[in-house]
Design a protein around this ligand. Structure first.
Ligand SMILES: [Zn+2]
Length: 448
């Protein structure tokens, strides 16, 4: 079926003023100004009310944390005390059913904000949650979203000098066996893949060096990506100096992680030399502006990292440090925070779009998504300018970010409509809100 998305208000692509032609899940033609389609279309979608951008790609999240948003024990704290307040709640409260609802809720929120591909860094494995990756694969399939299942891990608990309690970690053999199982079952390396897998030891202060090293070997064997938290706080620098005798980037190098197979979450507290080394090895960085402001973690040196050779992607981060999953909002926050870091002329709306599309795709190791171009997957987000907040706006693409667009009117993934008239296809929002809210209350009650 050949579909012409005709005459949008604006498109984030060169030479597509009269629209985009989609067939078999891919973009097959861009229709420039004054032109018409080269072959007859089976259907025409009138996009006269829409601004069309590439489907946004989220490269860092923790879906289970939607159960503990604005949690009274954690709000108004920085990362380490924030984590220590929440670990006991998560250990008891994140049951398989609660986790399924959290996954569905986070994916739906992302989708409604224009996200077409998500990765979730899931590192929490209390007893009973062994099937976490399977649950996420099922929920992503139900919504028709692309997903990089990011099999996280923690094996360094308080008794061994780590931060988390014993009840949420696994031993290395269990972790590596499940990583291999998940890779074998779900990692699709073909063009247009709906599900891929990445391996993601949680952070230097929650895993052993051996697990870091062994994860690299497994990733090389299966041709998958590697992900971890790094450079988020000064506390982390101090932890690494005390426990490993070096800074986090040196530790990364010792573990064999300075590689273009790797993308890091946050990437804030780097020296000039560390920025140069990360860029030299094309290590990707997922910038999480909202989380960094919420936890007062600091400001990512996006421009220097990008200039040095690192892809920069965008992430909403976990819902207990954001506390929402609206990726379009994160583009606005990225613009604002980076202007504060640099200046108003150095950062434009195009930087924010690039990070959330092409940059994020590169972080996930994909060149088939993240751009509106012939041959790319038909992953598109459509926004209207109908709300009061857009009235009087002139540049439509700038307006989406500057005026605060937060909900896509339509979203297409692999050529299929997944959001229509602002509503996710096949999801009962009221039921989801009710069930997830009940699961979150039950999660809180575990401690009382
Ligand atoms: Zn995180």
């Amino acid at each position: 079926m050949r579909l012409w998305i005709k005459d949008p208000i604006a498109v984030l692509a060169e030479g597509a003023e009269r629209g985009i032609v989609v067939e078999d899940g891919r973009i097959v033609e861009l229709v420039g100004r004054g032109r018409t389609i080269s072959q007859k279309a089976d259907h025409v979608f009138d996009a006269a009310r829409h601004v069309v951008i590439p489907g946004l790609i989220n490269t860092h999240h923790h879906f289970f944390q939607t159960l503990t948003r604005a949690h009274p024990a954690a709000i108004n704290k920085e990362l380490f005390p924030w984590l220590q307040s929440l670990y006991p709640v998560w250990a008891l409260g994140v049951t398989p059913e609660a986790f399924r609802l959290a996954t569905c809720l986070a994916l739906t929120e992302l989708l409604m904000s224009g996200c077409t591909c998500a990765s979730d860094h899931h590192y929490l494995y209390p007893a009973g949650l062994d099937q976490a990756m399977d649950i996420q694969a099922e929920e992503a399939e139900r919504l028709g979203m692309r997903m990089t299942l990011t099999r996280g891990s923690m094996n360094l608990s308080q008794k061994d000098g780590g931060l988390p309690p014993d009840s949420v970690v696994q031993d290395e053999d269990t972790i590596l066996a499940d990583c291999e199982r998940v890779l074998t079952r779900y990692h699709d390396t073909r063009e247009g893949a709906m599900v891929q897998v990445a391996l993601a030891p949680c952070a230097p202060f929650t895993v052993t060096k051996r697990l870091m090293v062994d994860s690299v070997a497994l990733a090389k064997r299966f041709g998958c990506r590697l992900h971890t938290h790094l450079g988020e706080t000064r506390d982390e620098n101090e932890y690494c100096l005390a426990h490993f005798g070096c800074r986090p980037v040196d530790y990364l190098e010792e573990c064999g992680w300075l590689s273009d197979r790797v993308w890091l979450a946050h990437g804030i507290h780097f020296t000039d030399d560390e920025v140069r080394r990360l860029g030299h090895h094309h290590v990707g960085v997922c910038h999480c502006p909202t989380s960094n402001m919420t936890l007062a973690s600091g400001q990512c040196r996006t421009k220097e990292l990008e200039a040095a050779g690192s892809p920069i992607g965008l992430g909403v981060d976990g819902s207990a440090s954001n506390d929402n999953s609206n990726l379009m909002e994160s583009l606005r926050h990225a613009l604002m925070l980076n202007r504060l870091t640099y200046n108003a002329a150095a950062i434009t709306h195009l930087d924010a779009y690039r990070w959330a599309s092409e940059g994020s795709a590169r972080c996930l190791g994909r060149d088939d998504i993240g751009k509106i171009a012939v041959g790319k997957q038909a992953d598109l987000a459509f926004f209207t300018l109908d709300e009061l907040r857009f009235s009087g706006a002139h540049d439509p693409l700038a307006a989406l970010i500057l005026c605060g667009a937060h909900a896509a009117d339509r979203v297409m993934i692999k050529g299929e409509w997944r959001v229509e008239h602002g509503q996710p296809v096949g999801i009962d929002l009221a039921k989801l809100r009710h069930e997830h809210g009940a699961a979150a209350r039950a999660c809180l009650e575990t401690l009382t």
